[in-house]
Ligand binder design. Structure first.
Ligand code: NDP
Length: 479
């Protein structure tokens, strides 16, 4: 489903009309055209600051250098000290920002993990205030802080607690030209997970993710965080449910782009569409209703048989299949309640239980579930759907703790308004309001969810576990 207004205001006539009428022009988001590249920031100037020298500043400087960015420090010295020492430590060059001479940065990374009192928060102002008037379109802003509970000092916890509010507001201020702003909360000791998260947030792979907080908590037991390699899913076997169309088909395509062999699952009634989607990416079609009582065991058998030469273990499973059966609670038939609960939640739990019991997951397996902002904000007519999508958030949090010792991680993606058949069916006025009520003034595309799922399924997110990441352009609903 195309966003006709977005397309029109970017034509030459549309631009003139929008300017004459003073209409807002939603930005044209730059999305990834290919897979993750090692030197992804080769053409970028990255302004870096840090409130102190430490493992985070060092990890940031090393990561930006590995990505090929030109590392800049602020001419007015905001956040300079920590960066200078980190750069010397990592033997990386830094130079003074030339933004005032017309060479503005398009990447901003500020490490405030050492902010431990109210006065330390001044760095947020000093770093961003002089720079944000001329930010190029589709720039990337990342602030790095610590998660709640990381410090025993109440004042340090208070200072760190300012960051989610700060980043959500900055994202709302910066989104008009497609710039995103996100917060990484890295746990002490989990600093080696920063590069993967930066590779996602500083790239066009996260074009529709803004105003979000991603905790980096460290890899599960026995999992090593490896150096970046292109096509990071090479040799991995991935299962995607609901893969015949919509978001599931996009997920299958992006996983395959990054090197995975995909087993696409969908209802037997959709076998021909599923077959076409899978053959376009060299995947394996598995017509199966996920509510089948034995679905997990059947999937394990398909995986073992289809790619026996790779050990037949499942490295990635994406629980994407989902349905809506909307009715106001007072009018909802019991079978509609049961059906939505079973497809969106019961089937995920059963399937994972069977795969775990059957030892069907490979080492370092990654599970990704699809939630929804409906599960965060709630929607009239969606008590059944929202209950399941909210439960998914609790499920990944609880299961991460259970699976951590087995080396398996589990996370969720919560899509906002995504241009699919589902949202095309929304009445036109409601749809237009839903689309524009985000910091990026538009809906997302299935590929935006696919990119976020692929990040969570990949070694880039090795330090992320039990998290739910919203991919919604910071849609105001539930923000
Ligand atoms: P679609 O309805 O376009 O696709 C879902 C796919 O899952 C369909 O092919 C469907 O088959 C399949 N499916 C449904 N039930 C089963 C089952 N029992 N066994 C196997 N396959 C099944 O949905 P979207 O692509 O829009 O959504 C994908 C996920 O994203 C869902 O979990 C949804 O809740 C979530 N989401 C979507 C948003 C959006 O804006 N589109 C927003 C928030 C969350 P069939 O066509 O035969 O029913």
């Amino acid at each position: 489903m195309a966003d006709k207004i977005l397309e029109f205001v970017h034509t030459s006539t549309g631009k003139q009309i929008a300017a004459a009428l003073g209409l807002p022009v939603p930005p044209m988001l730059k999305r990834a055209k290919a897979g993750y590249a090692e030197k992804a920031l080769a053409n970028s100037n990255a302004l870096v600051g840090a409130s102190a020298f430490g493992p985070v500043a060092t990890a940031v400087v090393k990561a930006l250098n590995a990505m090929g960015a030109a590392i800049k420090v602020s001419a007015d010295l905001a956040g300079l000290d920590g960066v200078k020492q980190a750069a010397a430590n990592a033997k990386v060059d830094v130079s003074i920002s030339q933004a005032d001479n017309g060479v503005p940065e398009n990447v901003y990374v500020l490490d405030v993990t050492a902010a431990a009192n109210v006065a330390d928060l001044r760095l947020l102002y000093d770093f961003f205030n002089p720079r944000l008037r001329k930010v190029p379109s589709n720039s990337r802003i990342v602030v790095i802080g610590r998660p709640r509970g990381d410090s025993k000092d109440a004042l340090a916890e208070t200072a760190q607690s300012s960051l989610p509010g700060f980043i959500r507001s900055l994202a709302k201020e910066s989104g008009k030209n497609g710039t995103t702003a996100n917060l990484i909360q890295v746990k002490t000791g989990a600093e080696n997970g920063i590069e993967g998260a930066l590779r996602f947030f500083l790239s066009p792979h996260s074009a529709f993710v803004t105003g979000q907080v991603l905790p980096v908590v460290g890899a599960p037991k026995g999992v090593k965080i490896t150096e970046f390699s292109e096509k990071p899913l090479t040799g991995k076997l991935a299962v995607v449910t609901g893969a015949a169309r919509g978001i599931g088909a996009a997920i299958a395509e992006v996983l395959a782009r990054e090197g995975a062999t995909v087993i696409g699952v969908d209802r037997p009634a959709d076998e021909s569409t599923l077959g076409a989607t899978m053959s376009s990416i060299g995947g394996i079609a598995c017509p199966l209703d996920i509510t089948d009582a034995d679905a997990g065991n059947k999937l394990a058998a398909v995986a073992a048989g289809a790619v026996a030469n790779k050990g037949g273990k499942i490295d990635i499973i994406v629980h994407n299949a989902g349905i809506t059966r909307d009715k106001m609670m007072r009018n909802m038939a019991a079978h509609l309640w049961d059906m939505v609960l079973d497809v969106n939640l019961g089937a995920i739990v059963r399937c994972n239980d069977q795969l775990l019991a059957g030892d069907a997951f490979g080492a370092n397996a990654r599970i990704v579930c699809i939630s929804s902002i409906g599960g965060i904000a709630g929607n009239a007519g969606q008590t059944n759907y929202a209950a399941t999508k909210s439960a998914v958030i609790g499920y990944v949090d609880a299961m991460a703790k259970q699976l951590e010792g087995k080396g398996i991680s589990i996370n969720a993606i919560a899509p906002g308004f995504i241009e699919t058949q589902m949202t095309a069916a929304i009445p036109v006025v409601t749809r237009e309001v839903a689309r524009r009520l985000s910091s990026l003034s538009q809906g997302g595309l299935p590929v935006d969810i696919a990119e976020a799922v692929t990040f969570m399924a990949s070694p880039l997110a090795a330090g992320v576990n039990g998290a739910t990441l919203r991919v919604c352009g910071q849609n105001l609903v539930g923000a």
